[in-house]
Write a protein that binds this ligand. Structure first.
Ligand SMILES: NC(=O)c1ccc[n+]([C@@H]2O[C@H](COP(=O)([O-])OP(=O)(O)OC[C@H]3O[C@@H](n4cnc5c(N)ncnc54)[C@H](O)[C@@H]3O)[C@@H](O)[C@H]2O)c1
Length: 253
C-alpha cells in the first residue's frame, strides 16, 4: 500500500473521477474524506470504500461556500491531526461564447473552479508546511492547456487553475509541498451530460469522440484514477508545478 495511513481530502468525490480517485487512494491505505455537496452521493462513495475494507468518511460540503471549505479543512485537521493530500476536484462547466455567457456564468465558473481551490489550498497550507510536507492536486482539464470552441468560462477558469497550481508550487516547493494539476480530456461521467444534450445526444457525442480524439475513445474514470494515484503518492516525489494531460492525444491533434 503506497498511501498507508495518509489523510486525504477529495472534493467532488461523490461521482465520476473524484469518486474513482477516492476509491484508489483508499485501496492504497489512505483515510479519505469525501467532500461532495450531494450528501447521498458522498455517503455512497464512503459506503463503497467501506464495502471493500477501506477507510472513508463523508463530509457534505459545497465548495462554493467559503465557510464550508474552511470547516472541511479545519474539521479534518481537528479530527485526524494532519492532511497529507488535498485533491481539489469539484468543478463546473458553463458552455458558451463571450456573448452567450453571462456574468453570472463567468462568476460561478471562477468561484467553483478557481476560488474554491485557492481557499482550500490556502487553508491547508500552514499545516502542510508545519508537518514538513504534503500534496495538493488541483483538477483542471485539457481545456486548461488548449482551447475549446464556445467555452470561454470553462477554458479561462481551467487555464487559471494551471497557472495557480504553478504559482503555488513555486512558493511552497521549499517546504516539500508538491502542487500539480490534473488535466483529463473526455472522461465518460455525468459531468458531460449537459454538453451531450447540447450536441444532440449520445450518438452524436460517440461520433465526435471517435473522430476527434486520436485514440478514438473516451477515458474511463478508473484510467484517470491511476494518474491521480501517481500524482498524490511518492511515485511522483520530484514532480511539482506540472499539468499532467491525459486525453488520448486530443490536445496535440
Ligand atoms: N468528465 C470529464 O470529461 C472531465 C474532463 C476534464 C476535467 N474534468 C473535471 O473533473 C471535475 C468533475 O468531473 P467528474 O467527471 O468527476 O464529474 P461528475 O459529474 O461525475 O462528479 C462531480 C461531483 O462533484 C460534485 N460537485 C459539483 N459541484 C460541487 C460543489 N460546488 N461542491 C462540492 N461538490 C460538488 C457533484 O455533486 C458530483 O458528485 C471537474 O473539475 C471537471 O472540470 C472532467
Amino acid at each position: 500500500m503506497i498511501l498507508k495511513d495518509r489523510i486525504a481530502v477529495v472534493t467532488g468525490a461523490g461521482s465520476g473521477i473524484g469518486r474513482a480517485g477516492a476509491m484508489i487512494m483508499a485501496r492504497e491505505g489512505a483515510v479519505v474524506v469525501i467532500a461532495d455537496r450531494d450528501k447521498v452521493a458522498g455517503e455512497a462513495t464512503a459506503c463503497d470504500i467501506h464495502a471493500v475494507g477501506g477507510r472513508a468518511e463523508a463530509v457534505t460540503t459545497d465548495v462554493g461556500d467559503d465557510a464550508a471549505v474552511e470547516q472541511l479543512i479545519v474539521g479534518t485537521l481537528d479530527k485526524h491531526g494532519r492532511i497529507d493530500i488535498l485533491h481539489n476536484h469539484a468543478g463546473i462547466q458553463v458552455g458558451g461564447t463571450l456573448t452567450e455567457v453571462g456574468t453570472d456564468g463567468m462568476d460561478a465558473s471562477w468561484r467553483i473552479n478557481v476560488r474554491a481551490q485557492f481557499l482550500g489550498a490556502r487553508t491547508v497550507m500552514p499545516s502542510m508546511v508545519a508537518q514538513g510536507g504534503g500534496v495538493i492536486l488541483n483538477t483542471a482539464s485539457n481545456s486548461g492547456v488548449f482551447y475549446d470552441r464556445e467555452m470561454i468560462a470553462y477554458a479561462t477558469s481551467k487555464h487559471a487553475v494551471v497557472a495557480m497550481t504553478r504559482q503555488m508550487s513555486l512558493d511552497y516547493a521549499q517546504h516539500n509541498v508538491r502542487v500539480n494539476a490534473l488535466c483529463p480530456g473526455w472522461v465518460d461521467t455525468p459531468f458531460n451530460g449537459p454538453f451531450i444534450a447540447q450536441m444532440g445526444g449520445r450518438d452524436a457525442i460517440e461520433n465526435y469522440v471517435r473522430t476527434k480524439i486520436p485514440m478514438g475513445r473516451w477515458a474511463s474514470a478508473e484510467e484517470i484514477a491511476e494518474a491521480i494515484l501517481f500524482l498524490v503518492s511518492d511515485r511522483s516525489s520530484f514532480m511539482t508545478g506540472q499539468a499532467l494531460v491525459i486525453d488520448g492525444g486530443e490536445s496535440i491533434a
